[in-house]
Design a protein around this ligand. Structure first.
Ligand SMILES: [Zn+2]
Length: 419
């Protein structure tokens, strides 16, 4: 995952949480702790650029409903009953699942107990971007309160934990944040130099309604309000016009492509082939396990690689290598981590060890490694995971979290909600 070809036989030296070097030769001298990964693959930790860990307990709830009905009749009413304990159980489960399938960095947009999420990130040893999702369909006072809370979150947590944690400002979406509220948020972001994240043009319906109300496309509208002037990441971008795509390309905006969630909610398929042609920086995200229903980036890579071939009737639409870069390197940049998503000297030592011995990945000649990673491997093939040089998963076991407790608490929290 450097610019060149994979290093076939060699070793990587980790020191003080960073990659000190990668060498294509026999180990001459051993120093410190030695991890033997002979016969296995070492890949960069995945960066999951869009999700909502707080809704993990809603996995499988209200399946097969349209997005609007699903949000209004299932998600939001259930979420109103969430306690601090519920979100802790949900976020811990999400972190555990992500870690075990090779994700070392994630973005979390949620509106409840984000301080607790920050603490869980630090406990787990992962990297995470906190976004206090703001829905503006409320009074001016409540809007101001939500924005204040978001800025507080930034002041408290941004770059904490030796840079593991970052914070972005996150208006939920143009259809839930009226333009004047959106403008307030953008102003705050620029005032403090905070990056912005939002859902954008996920469904055709929301785009049509936006055009009906404001006479312009949502991305053009956001652009007028200044949304793309600083560092910006949008989720979905399924129904962006050609003009909007060119606009995002010019602004250097990142797009978090969430193919599985878009398919499951029947939202459509983002035009990643065109995004690629316009040199837009696309990264991958799972969205929440309520609309996915897993947080496994291997699955996300597979969907992202296959749907664009099918929809475009063109097997060259995206390559396996493109997809790997989206899942790691582009994601790192999108989340403002300068040194993540690559195995390269000077980069953060965020990586996974993948077991290639499964029948689903045989035969495995060297030149098929990248192909297998995208088209054949599964999250459960990950055996060991490191973030910032620290081992977080060993032989498929979580080292920093108690998996038994996570499983028990997840079931218990849902049972309590139902009671
Ligand atoms: Zn989302």
């Amino acid at each position: 995952m450097d610019e060149g070809q994979p290093v076939k036989y060699g070793y990587m030296v980790i020191n003080e949480g960073k990659i000190e070097g990668i060498y294509e030769e026999e180990v001459k001298e051993e120093a410190g702790e030695v991890i033997d990964a002979k016969g296995k693959l070492i890949i960069p930790g995945f960066v999951n650029t869009h999700g909502h860990t707080g809704s993990t307990l809603l996995r499988g709830a209200g399946d097969d409903l349209p997005l609007n009905t699903w949000l209004k009749e299932v998600m939001w009413p259930m979420e109103q009953r969430f306690t601090k304990e519920t979100t802790k159980a949900a976020t811990s489960l999400a972190i555990g699942e992500m870690l075990k399938s090779g994700t070392t960095t994630f973005l979390d947009m949620y509106h409840l107990h984000m301080d607790q999420t920050a603490e869980l990130i630090l406990e787990s040893g992962m990297n995470g971007v906190l976004c206090r999702g703001m829905i503006g369909l409320c009074s001016k006072e409540e809007q101001a309160e939500k924005l204040k809370e978001s800025v507080e979150l930034y002041k408290t947590w941004h770059n904490s934990g030796d840079g593991k944690i970052k914070v972005m400002l996150a208006p939920h979406a143009p259809y839930t944040c009226p333009p004047d509220f959106m403008e307030m948020i953008i102003e705050k972001a620029h005032e403090h130099g905070i990056a912005l994240h939002t859902h954008l043009s996920e469904t055709r319906k929301e785009v049509e309604e936006h055009i009906g109300t404001y006479g312009k496309h949502p991305a053009e509208h956001l652009s007028e309000l200044g949304f793309f002037e600083g560092h910006a990441l949008i989720a979905h971008g399924v129904h962006l016009s050609d003009v909007e795509l060119s606009l995002l390309a010019r602004k250097g905006t990142y797009i978090s492509h969430n193919p599985k969630s878009n398919l499951k909610l029947g939202s459509g398929v983002a035009d990643v082939k065109k995004m690629k042609e316009k040199n837009i920086r696309v990264c991958l995200g799972t969205d929440s396990s309520a609309s996915n229903n897993t947080l496994d980036m291997f699955e996300e890579m597979r969907f992202a690689s296959l749907i664009h071939k099918g929809v475009n009737e063109d097997p060259t639409a995206v390559s396996a290598r493109d997809i790997l870069f989206m899942a790691a390197q582009n994601g790192g940049k999108a989340l403002q981590y300068e040194k993540k998503g690559r195995l390269k000297k000077g980069y953060d030592a965020d990586f996974s060890i993948v077991e290639p011995g499964g029948m689903h990945t045989l035969p495995d000649p060297e030149e098929r490694i990248v192909s297998h990673l995208v088209y054949a491997h599964k999250g459960s093939d990950v055996t060991d995971v490191f973030a910032n040089g620290k081992q977080l998963v060993k032989n498929k076991e979580l080292l920093t979290m108690d998996e038994e407790k996570i499983r028990f608490n997840a079931r218990e929290a849902l049972a309590k909600l139902r009671r």
